[in-house]
Structures are given as C-alpha cells and as structure tokens.
Design a protein around this ligand. Structure first.
Ligand code: CAA
Length: 258
C-alpha cells in the first residue's frame, strides 16, 4: 500500500518504518496512525521481514498526538470515536520484534509510541516527555501506565505532573531505553540490532517477545509457568535441534523457522 505520512524500506530482512510528517514534527494524526498500523501489520505478514525498526527524523521521533487535529473536539466526539483506542492494540498484536530508534523529541504520544515498541534505542539527542499536563489534559496512550512500569512511580509522577523532558542519559539510567548511541549512528545501530535478531530463529524471537510481554500481565508464578511451557514447546522445533547441535559442533546455527 502507498503511504503519505510514513516511508517503508525493506532490506536484509529488516523493515525500516520512518514517520514522515516533518512540518508537524511527526505529530500523530489520524492518517499517520492508520498508515503506521497498516505498515506494521504488513511488515508482520511479509515473509521477507524478520524484524522492524520504527524511527522518525533527527529532530523528532514524534512530538505527540496532533494538537491541531484534536484541539476543537468535544468530550462526546473523543469518547464516541474512542480517540487513540486502537493504536496500542494494533501495535501490540504485531508478533515480530519492533525496535524504536528515537532521535530528538519523543513527547506525549511520541513517547507512548516508542514505549509500545519492544525496546528503545535512543540517540544522544533524544528527549522524552509526557507534557500533556501543559495542554490541560493527561497522557492518553499509556504515558501514565507504561512509563510507570518502565521508570517507577516517582519519576513517572515527575514527568506526568511537571511535564519536564528527560534526556537520553537519564532515560537510559531509568530503564526507559536499552542503549544510547551517537545521533549520526542511530539508524546504523538500530538496524544492526535488528539484523542480529533477524539471524535468530523467528520462532524463538516471537516466543521470547510473547513471554516478556506476558510478564506485564501475569503474577510471577503464572509468568514463570508460561515461560517454562513455551520453553518446553520449543523442543518440538527443528530450530532447537539445529541450535543445540550447532553449539556442540562449534559451528554457526542455520535456523529455518521450523
Ligand atoms: N501537534 C501538532 N503540531 C505540532 C506538534 C503536535 N504535537 N508538535 C509540533 N507541532 C508543529 C508546530 O505546531 C509547528 O508547526 P507550524 O510551523 O505550522 O507552527 C511545527 O510542528 C514545528 O514545531 P515548533 O515550531 O513548536 O518547533 P520547536 O523546535 O520550537 O519546538 C517542541 C519543538 C518542543 C517539540 C514543540 O513543538 C512542542 O512542544 N510540541 C508539542 C509537544 C506536546 O505537547 N506533545 C503532547 C501532545 S498531546 C498528546 O500526545 C496526547 C496523548 O498522550 C494522546
């Protein structure tokens, strides 16, 4: 499908999905959200794709939900259309790993979008924030929920109540991002990480993603049982036989997703 607000490029088993509304710092309007979800679903269904990198521009990953588009809406309208009610579910339903490569501003819905991905690699210029309080509202796509799970109550309250931005160093220290890289190397490093994932068995990658995500929903004992049963089930795959044989024979494994 042809998109106007995003650019998709598939190379070496990695889909690079780039938000492309430069005039609005990639603010998330209805068109961009629809196109982004469709692009991610298409990448998920594309046999050539084994991992996805989601990025924005050097200045902004995304500066939040589109304020111009929503400013005049009434409660009845946002409630009836369930504004932002499906983006989280559609992105969470993508089974292939998604890495957010964040440069510049990731604010409001932009920070929330990055947090919907499986992990975040940030450039040293990245700035994260939930500044919705400055607009007389609160976060609406996970900024009070996912951020709290990432960075804990105190820092999440600080971000959501003061609206201040967190730089990349603080974001890494707080557990929001997995690594910080120089801005010029952001796409290179994120793509390299995606290619590393693409080399693994797709079955293991999907199962690992599913099991980690379950940890947010289950008690520790239920989560440990889920993990163990999935681990057991992997012994039904050829890739388990190949992976372990390759280790014992001191050679590279050749995974076939079977
Ligand atoms: N929505 C719509 N347009 C936006 C936007 C947004 N979230 N963020 C930036 N833009 C637009 C600006 O209006 C401006 O457009 P014009 O040139 O047509 O005026 C253009 O992008 C460039 O922005 P600035 O001139 O403001 O650039 P700057 O470098 O001076 O500042 C910034 C950058 C600090 C990111 C500033 O743009 C900003 O504060 N943006 C808003 C951030 C924000 O409040 N995000 C939360 C949105 S609400 C939300 O996301 C709700 C939710 O959780 C669901």
């Amino acid at each position: 499908m042809a998109f106007e607000t995003i650019i998709v490029d598939v190379e070496d088993h990695v889909a690079l999905v780039k938000l492309n509304r430069p005039d609005a710092l990639n603010a998330l309007n209805a068109q961009l959200i629809g196109e982004l979800c469709t692009a991610l679903e298409e990448a998920d269904a594309n046999d050539k794709v084994r991992c996805i990198v989601l990025t924005g521009s050097e200045k902004a990953f995304a500066a939040g939900a589109d304020i111009k588009e929503m400013s005049e809406k009434s409660f009845v309208e946002v409630y009836t259309e369930d504004l932002f009610g499906t983006i989280g579910d559609r992105i969470s339903a993508v089974r292939k790993p998604i890495i957010a490569a964040v440069g510049g501003y990731a604010l409001g819905g932009g920070c929330e979008l990055a947090m919907m991905c499986d992990f975040i690699i940030a450039s040293d210029t990245a700035k994260f924030g939930q500044p919705e309080i400055n607009l007389g509202v609160i976060a609406g796509i996970g900024g009070t929920q996912r951020l709290t799970r990432f960075v804990g109550k105190s820092k999440s309250m600080d971000m959501n109540l003061t609206g201040r931005f967190m730089n990349a160093e603080e974001a890494e220290r707080s557990g929001l991002v997995s690594r910080v890289v120089p801005a010029k190397k952001l796409i290179e490093e994120a793509t390299a990480a995606a290619q590393k994932i693409a080399e693994k068995s797709q079955l293991s990658a999907m199962a690992a993603k599913e099991a980690v995500n379950r940890s947010y929903e289950l008690t520790l004992n239920e989560g440990l049982l889920f993990e163990r049963r999935v681990f057991h089930s992997m012994f039904a795959t050829e890739d388990q036989k190949e992976g372990m044989a390759a280790f014992l024979e001191k050679r590279e494994a050749q995974f076939r997703d079977k």
